[in-house]
Design a protein around this ligand. Structure first.
Ligand SMILES: [Cu+2]
Length: 135
């Protein structure tokens, strides 16, 4: 009986190891980008393609800013603000009022370098540009 329990626990252990290593439910990549006048605090970063990303954007500035990018292209994205979640395809930009933060969940579809900018008039020219490299 003792032996059976031992074999049984070994099987359970193997199942657990197998589950955590087969990549069926990968841990999302968490990322936080703060925004102010006129920059993104993190303007260069890399992500793994085809693995979910939770991107938190925080507008610490005194003006409206946005995060516009092709990074979200080609897949589903979910935007969460104040407990409200809006999902959809073809999200191109997220605009934030001063003091607001938002969570964008998406999975990068294409590998390579993708830029992001604040597309409000004059903001990109003042330095609101960055790039992500998707591996
Ligand atoms: Cu801006």
């Amino acid at each position: 009986m003792k032996r059976m329990i031992l074999v049984f626990s070994a099987i359970i252990l193997l199942l657990i190891i197998h589950r955590s290593s087969n990549g069926a439910d990968p841990m999302p990549q968490a990322l936080r980008v703060e925004i102010n006048e006129f920059r993104f605090t993190m303007d260069r970063f890399s992500l793994e393609g085809e693995r979910p990303v939770v991107l938190t954007l925080v507008n610490n500035g005194k003006m409206q800013h946005e995060f516009a990018s092709d990074l979200f292209a080609g897949g589903d994205a979910e935007v969460e603000l104040d407990g409200v979640i809006v999902g959809g395809k073809q999200i191109e930009e997220v605009e934030l009022a001063p003091g607001k933060s938002v969570k964008v969940t998406f999975t990068p579809q294409k590998k390579g370098k993708v830029d992001f900018i604040c597309d409000l008039p004059g903001h990109r020219e003042k330095g609101m540009i960055g790039s992500v490299s998707v591996r």
